[in-house]
Design a protein around this ligand. Sequence first.
Ligand SMILES: [Ca+2]
Length: 136
Amino acid sequence: MKIGSKSLAGAVAGAALLGAVSVIPAHAAEGWFESHIDSWRVQNESRRWWDNNDTWDYTGIYFAGCEADGGDGFRFADLRLWKVVDGAPDRDKGNERNYCGWVDYGDPNSRGNYYFELTDVSSGSFLSVDYVKVAW
Ligand SMILES: [Ca+2]
């Protein structure tokens, strides 16, 4: 049966997708990007992304493979989410401590451009992260 083989392929693809989602928590369906961080200091900023506010998904930032140059190595990075506001100060959407995993900021519930800023790193002055995923 052709339909049978098609649905089997669908089931296999679904299983593979579930496997991937279990590694990186299933945050945010509206959009996402992957990146890395190379020797950031406090006040460095991420690229901007557009949140069209089509969904209620939380905005989340995922880190894996974190390094800091201080004697204690990496313990945490504080990340502030900002919404770009033209012609006025950008809007502070919250500061969260990332221990090299997920942090989320709730649903900003507001269409626009966003970015995050490194506000503190422990320990040392420089932060590098092998894998960064931002989802919203
Ligand atoms: Ca939203």
